[in-house]
Design a binder for this molecule. Structure first.
Ligand code: ADP
Length: 300
């Protein structure tokens, strides 16, 4: 079922300190959204509020126009939540733990076997949870979170502490799960979010600083190039360059040119200069990557 979560002016205070300040955003099925922010940004707080484990100080959340505060139990049935410190009953066997969870949700035991298969737990299913590596424990947590086939998945730092192979496997699993669900997952690592998400929300000191669609950034990327020619030229002349959307004179024969294209415009500029009896003495790319943006936004 297609769902929309609307978060409106959400704030959370612990004592006098704001952990979240006026957060508003909308999440839709089929979208993997990364909540990115340094430690203490408020990610876990938001992720506890969404499944109704923590009450906000103000603001509201609607799932398909149903208010979360008035429908916590029915909405929880549509949500799977993997907490940051995945609290597992470590003395239980993997299958036993999942069957226990299935019983809570009144789910048929055969579904446990399907989920064991889906998250790749089969080789370890005979073990007790405390005997598992961190990667496999995380899979047990994920399995428990998806047992009741929720339409919304909330995953708090799901890859923390995993080795690179395990990270890759969990990422793939999250991508598969995200095809027809709302997936919100948090990380303090930019590359993590870039690798998995369609959209990234940057949180810092409880405030939402950015809401970016990664495919848009990638496909409609603007290139900002600073070019110095050996001779002064007219602006009108530069405007004949393909894909140019903005031109600004920095000084003398140095220009800042903005292009809207996926094509690398540096060789095009070199050819353009040569064709017109000029030389490009210097071409500098001044593009901001998501990494630059994240660093800048969370610097203080
Ligand atoms: P993140 O998940 O991004 O690391 P958190 O949501 O855990 O951030 O924390 C946001 C802020 O709220 C931090 O300053 C943290 O110290 C504070 N905080 C979190 N939980 C509590 C709590 N139970 N009591 C008091 N302060 C808290």
């Amino acid at each position: 079922m297609d769902l929309t979560i609307k978060i409106e002016n959400l704030s959370k205070k612990y004592g006098n300190q704001f952990a979240l300040k006026n957060i508003s955003l909308e999440l839709k099925s089929g979208e993997i959204v990364g909540l990115l922010g340094p430690n203490g940004a408020g990610k876990s707080t938001l992720m506890k509020i969404l499944p109704g484990y923590l009450k906000p100080s103000s603001g509201s959340i609607f799932v398909n126009d149903l208010s979360l505060s008035e429908n916590v139990f029915s909405i929880q049935q549509q949500m799977g939540y993997l907490p940051e410190h995945n609290p597992l009953y470590t003395e239980m066997f993997v299958r036993e733990y999942l069957q226990f969870n299935a019983a809570i949700h009144q789910i048929d035991k055969t579904e446990v076997e399907n989920v064991i298969e889906k998250v790749g737990l089969k080789p370890e299913v005979h073990k007790k949870i405390h005997q598992l590596s961190k990667g496999y424990r995380q899979r047990v947590g994920l399995a428990a979170a998806i047992l009741h086939n929720p339409s919304i998945l909330i995953l708090d730092e799901p890859t923390t502490g995993l080795d690179p192979n395990q990270i890759e496997e969990i990422r793939q699993l999250i991508k598969d799960l995200g095809r027809d669900r709302i997936v919100l997952f948090s990380s303090h690592i930019l590359q993590e979010v870039e690798a998995v998400c369609d959209r990234v929300i940057i949180l810092h000191k409880g405030k939402m600083l950015q809401d970016l669609r990664l495919n848009q950034i990638r496909s409609t990327e603007q290139q900002l190039l600073e070019v110095e020619f050996d001779l002064r030229v007219e602006e009108q002349f530069l405007k004949t360059l393909p894909n140019l959307i903005k031109v600004e004179n920095v000084f003398d024969a140095t220009w800042e040119l903005t292009f809207q294209t996926n094509e690398d415009m540096r060789p095009v500029l070199v050819d353009f200069a040569q064709l017109n009896g000029l030389r490009a003495l210097k071409i500098i790319s001044k593009n901001k990557s998501l990494a630059d943006l994240f660093k800048e936004l969370t610097a203080n």
